[in-house]
Structures are given as C-alpha cells and as structure tokens.
Ligand binder design. Structure first.
Ligand code: PLP
Length: 371
C-alpha cells in the first residue's frame, strides 16, 4: 500500500453535517458559510472572515482588495506553492522573490531588508509583500510588520499551511501583523472543505470588499459596484469545514507528535530540520528534511520505490517554465536554490499510523546510512 504525503481525516460527524445541508433548502448562500467564517475568525482572533472556493481565489481577492494592479510590484518567497506568486500576476502586477532564511526556510528578514533598501533607491518598492508560513512555521511577522511601516507596503500572509500555528501570543490568522491572512482547506491542509479557502482581516471595509469581489462585485444591496467573480464557497463545503474545525487542535497535536517521532528517529543522522524560533508554534503541515544534495535524489528514489509518495516541496517558483519565460533564471535566490537541491518531504497527516511511519523511517535510515 502506498503512503501519501498528506490526506484528510473525515468522520461520521463530518458526513452528518454535510448531509444536513443536503437535506435543507440552501446548498449555497445559506447560513453555513457565515457561520464557518465567524468560527474560523473567532478561533484565530481576527474580526472578519471571507470564505472562497480556494486559497488561490482568496489570494487573488486579497491582492485586488489591497488595490494591486498593473505597474505594482508584489514580493513573496520563492519556496512556496505557485499560487503565492500567481495572485499578483492575475492582477497584472510584477512579482519578485525574496530569498529564504538558512535556518527557518521562511522569507529571510535580512534579505527582505536589503532588497527593500535597494528598491527604495531605484524607486521600485513593492506594494504588497506575501510571506508564506512554510510547513506552518510562522514567519518573523513582527520584523516584517516593522519593515512595512518603514517602507510603506501592505502584507498578505499566505497561511495555506498555517492554520493551528501561532507566534508570540497570537494565532496565525489573527492579522495582528498583517492586512489579510489566507488559509487553504484543500484535503492535505490542516482542515478540509474539499476545495476551499478563507481570507481573514481586522479591517471592516477590506472584509466588505473581499466579499463583494468574490460575488460578482455586488454589494449586500444587490448593486454591482465593480467587476468581480464567482469565487464563493458552498454551504456544503462550509458545513464540512465547521465540523472539521472542532477537531483542529486534535489534528495539530497529532501532527506534532508524529513530527516529534521523526525528529527522534533521525537525531543521529546528518539531516537538517527547520529551526523553530522561540515563541513560535508550527501547524506541522509538512515534515521537511534537508540532506546533502548528493544523497537527496537517492533517498527520494528509495522512498518512491517503497511506495512512499513524496512530492518535492518546493522548487523555486521563479524556475517554473512560466516564470522563466518572464525572464527569471537560476542565481536569483542562492539559499532557496540550495534548499531545493536538499529538501525532502515525508508523509505527515493525522491518520498516519505509527506502523506506516516506521516504514518511512526505516527507508530513510537505510538510505542515509543509519542502522
Ligand atoms: C495549497 C496552497 C495554496 C493554494 O491553496 P488552494 O486552496 O489549493 O487554492 C496557496 N499557497 C500555498 C503555500 C499552498 O500550499
């Protein structure tokens, strides 16, 4: 039996919640979506939530709501899923990439600071910066928020991996250090709605704008104010999400305990893990390891041969053919490129049995020379 890198956990309570919607009057635009929005916002300590049919849509809405358009610049991390950068392109803006930190593998604050100083001299400052909480480990939001004041950019947190994580005394999603935070509810993420996403914010007018744009640009009064989309979540999905949210803390605890088991199994091997800064709690979306580049491809082949499906998270976004076509090439972010040669993702999800995890551990130990 092959082992995926991530998968959902669905219970009979989840199924009952979905059936209740199917038996009711509103499959979409009923009460379930606002209830789910309020529940996620309350969990995170944010004022408003705007659900969407994916995090990709929510990121697009977030950029539009902050006024991103042609002529603007948006910066993100190169080590992320392509959607973190695509949202800017969908608004007609230019994208650029800030190298990662060698210890946390999140956007480097030092690299951001020096890139900002250069951009200021060149008159090319970004309108928006999108930090990504890689694997659910929070970025240094306090420092990034300080820079946003100094350089005048807005912040969207791509927290597709981050629901359930926290930094200092705030949960990821509180928007204490950003304008908008976006979550994903794809089946591999912390909780699922099938497809789905949500943008959180503490800004009332911004929340109204996100909700207007996701539904044809129409206001609550039914008048179309601007050009929008149909990016709505259904009530069927929201009911599943709300039922899943009740188990979020248990999911994150299970992920943490499996991650800890991997940590202990690899303690004597020449591998590197993300360094967790003090007062940061990861949501443990992915279990990422770095091994010597020469060993990485061998390890990856052994995992594949053993039926362990491990996509590589992630090649630098700017090396995708689409971005190369726009003029990017290797050499832009040295640390990100080193990361991409060394990183491996191991299976991590709440339903992963210890027996399957031991299979993964044994393949890694034998490929990396442990006994
Ligand atoms: C999964 C993911 C997304 C997109 O989420 P969808 O809900 O599938 O659109 C965006 N950013 C990151 C970092 C992701 O991992």
């Amino acid at each position: 039996m092959s082992i995926p890198y991530g998968r959902q956990t669905v219970t009979s309570a989840d199924i009952e919640a979905v059936i209740a919607v199917l038996n009711g009057d509103c499959l979409t635009q009923g009460p379930a979506v606002p209830e789910f929005e309020q529940a996620v916002a309350a969990y995170c300590g944010a004022a408003h939530g705007a659900a969407a049919n994916s995090a990709t849509s929510a990121l697009h809405l977030a950029c539009l709501a902050l006024g991103v358009g042609p002529g603007d610049r948006v910066w993100t991390s190169p080590i992320t899923f392509v959607a973190s950068a695509n949202c800017a392109r969908q608004c007609g803006a230019e994208v650029d990439f800030v190298d990662i930190d060698a210890r946390t593998w999140n956007m480097s604050v030092r690299a951001l600071e020096s890139k900002l100083a250069e951009a200021r001299s060149a008159g090319q400052l970004p309108a928006v910066v999108i930090p990504v909480h890689l694997s659910g480990l929070p970025c240094d939001m306090v420092a990034i928020a300080d820079l946003s004041v100094e350089y005048g950019f807005r912040i969207i947190e791509d927290a597709a991996h981050g629901l359930g994580g926290s930094f200092a005394d705030s949960r990821i999603g509180s928007c204490a250090y950003s304008d908008i935070t976006v979550f994903s509810f794809h089946p591999v993420k912390s909780i699922t709605t099938g497809e789905g996403g949500m943008a959180l914010t503490n800004d009332g007018p911004l929340a109204a704008c996100l909700k207007r744009l996701r539904s044809h640009g129409r206001d609550a009064d039914g008048l179309q104010r601007e050009l929008g989309f149909n990016y709505r979540m259904t009530d069927i999905q929201a009911a599943l999400g709300r039922s899943q949210l009740a188990r979020l803390d248990a999911f994150v605890a299970q992920r943490a305990s499996l991650a800890d088991r991997y940590d202990r199994a690899f303690a004597d091997l020449p591998v590197r893990r993300q360094v967790v800064p003090s007062r940061s709690v990861s949501a443990h979306h992915l279990y990422l390891l770095r091994v010597a580049a020469a060993q990485r491809d061998l390890l990856w082949k052994h995992l594949r041969a053993a039926g362990i499906a491990t996509p590589l998270h992630y090649p630098p976004v700017y090396l995708q053919p689409y971005y190369r076509e726009l003029g990017y090439s290797s050499g832009l972010c040295a640390e990100a490129e080193a990361y991409a040669r060394e990183a491996v993702t191991l299976p991590l999800f709440p339903g992963l049995s210890m027996c399957d995890q031991d299979r993964v551990i044994n393949v890694c130990r034998s490929a990396l020379g442990g006994h």
